[in-house]
Design a binder for this molecule. Structure first.
Ligand code: FAD
Length: 444
């Protein structure tokens, strides 16, 4: 036996750590963390996001518990982590429980980013190229290949376009049964492809066809689908697709994760993502797959295809210039003012939901969350207040000009140029000015 005196064991005290913000997760929910903090350690910036003053933080974790988007975590210094590890070893504390229940683990064998190239009569929907644009960034962040998949009949000519927009491989299912869109054969074709090649991310356009197909595919595969995303990024550490979209009537932006199931599926409306410049001559691998379904197994039969008469309808989503009117227009008869301005700028007239609900403009011209997403070169908002549901549909326009008599209207927060005043005076002056410029007798 040693006669050396043993040093009394130092009692370990559990460190509390300090709260810190996880970049990119805050959804500016309305300062819940600030309200919850008992030591005033949380202050909000002008974007409604918190800054944590670590000198004041006591590590009580109240901000973490209240945060709806898991945007705050407790940070421990290396010394504190060593104490925690020691306490865990001694059985003094249990391993920290994750806040989000782990759930079943996602199948790790799924790899690659896939984009659905939607086509009708052999013409690709331009949202497909927009998705290949964002897909390039996602694939680079995941260090995987970007692939396109095309279904239809006589569609081989679309593969070079997919390569030009960044796809490295194109999966093609070409079959007469796929000539006109029907859910069942398209569903079978897509599900067979996904089950065989196992992509981890699948993106589709939130068009009429895309919405129908994406929902059916996600249901059949038992995976998640986030519709109408406005942002797509990768959490590189966890290999998760961060799918951001407006939630709660557009009042907050929610970032949604598909943690346990694969593939992670998202749809995006046309014109939300920028279209990449094509790289002509780019090539890649084409993989042809058969369609494993017979006509007699398909319940829906196409008897006749009637093309809608496009005359008289306006595609505001494709217009370079939009002159948009809201409740401030006061009535349908006043839209001729906007029509005059739109004509001289070779653009189209669009509207807010308030104007559409009032019956002043048809629904096809509505901009916003429940209308169309537009990305024109110029957007002139006349008598529109700038509610969030309107802004999500137009805030990516290259140049926004707002005319409103209320200088505090939220539309001015996104406008590049703001004109405070009566639209009934300003619009005719602008129209005349642009007419003179068009004639070439205006000094600018
Ligand atoms: C779930 C949900 C979805 C929605 N989806 C959409 C959507 O897709 N699109 C959409 O637009 N809205 C949508 N909304 C409605 C949205 O919240 C607003 O109510 C709507 O955008 C308001 O339209 P507005 O700006 O034309 O009208 P108001 O908010 O009433 O604004 C009128 C503006 O005109 C100005 N004005 C009045 N007279 C003049 C004048 N003579 N000269 C200059 N300015 C003048 C006023 O100062 C005011 O700012 C949605 C709402 C919900 C809840």
């Amino acid at each position: 036996m040693s006669d050396q005196p043993t040093e009394p064991k130092k009692k370990l005290k559990k460190p509390r750590g300090v709260a810190r913000l996880i970049p990119g997760r805050c959804i500016a929910c309305g300062a819940r963390c600030e309200a919850e903090c008992p030591t005033d350690a949380v202050v909000m910036n002008e974007k409604g996001e918190p800054t944590i003053i670590i000198e004041k933080c006591i590590g009580c974790a109240k901000c973490i518990k209240i945060c709806p988007s898991d945007a705050v975590e407790i940070y421990y210094t290396p010394e504190e982590r060593a104490i925690l590890a020691e306490m865990e070893k001694q059985g003094l504390i249990k391993e920290a429980k994750p806040r989000v229940p782990a759930g079943p683990k996602a199948d790790e064998s799924y790899r690659g980013v896939w984009v659905f190239v939607e086509q009708q009569d052999g013409c690709a929907a331009s949202v497909s190229w927009e998705l290949l644009g964002v897909g390039q960034k996602l694939a680079a962040d995941l260090a995987v290949e970007l692939c396109a998949f095309i279904l239809g009949h006589d569609i081989a000519h679309l593969a070079p376009d997919a390569f030009a927009h960044g796809a490295k491989k194109v999966y093609v299912v070409d079959d007469p049964l796929l000539k006109n869109y029907r859910t069942e054969p398209y569903l079978k074709g897509v599900v067979d492809l996904i089950r065989k090649y196992k992509p981890e991310v699948v993106l589709m356009g939130a068009t009429g066809l895309g919405r129908d197909l994406a929902g059916a595919v996600a249901t059949e595969l038992g995976t998640g689908l986030t519709a109408d995303c406005t942002g797509l990024t990768i959490d590189k550490e966890q290999r998760l697709l961060e799918q951001t979209r407006p939630a709660f009537g557009g009042n907050i932006m929610a970032t949604i994760l598909t943690r346990s199931h694969r593939p992670q599926m998202a749809s995006v409306r046309p014109h939300v993502m920028p279209k990449p410049d094509p790289l002509p001559g780019a090539t890649g691998e084409i993989i042809k797959e058969p369609l494993d379904i017979k006509e007699e197994d398909i319940k829906v039969k196409v008897l006749e295809v009637i093309h809608e008469d496009a005359a008289g309808t306006v595609d505001i989503a494709g217009a370079d210039v939009l002159v948009s009117g809201g409740r401030g227009m006061l009535g349908p008869e006043n839209y001729k003012l906007l029509q005059g301005l739109a004509e001289v700028l070779k653009g189209a007239v669009s509207a807010s939901r308030a104007a559409v609900d009032a019956g002043w403009q048809p629904y096809e011209r509505q901009v916003g969350q429940t209308g169309k997403t537009v990305r024109p070169k110029i957007y002139i908002a006349c008598g529109i207040s700038g509610a969030i549901q309107h802004l999500v549909g137009m805030q990516d326009a290259n140049l926004i000009i707002a005319i409103n008599r209320d200088r505090d209207a939220p539309i001015f927060e996104v406008a590049h140029f703001g004109l405070v005043g009566d639209l009934f005076q300003i619009v005719p002056i602008l129209t005349k000015k642009f007419q003179d410029m068009a004639k070439g007798d205006c000094e600018v």
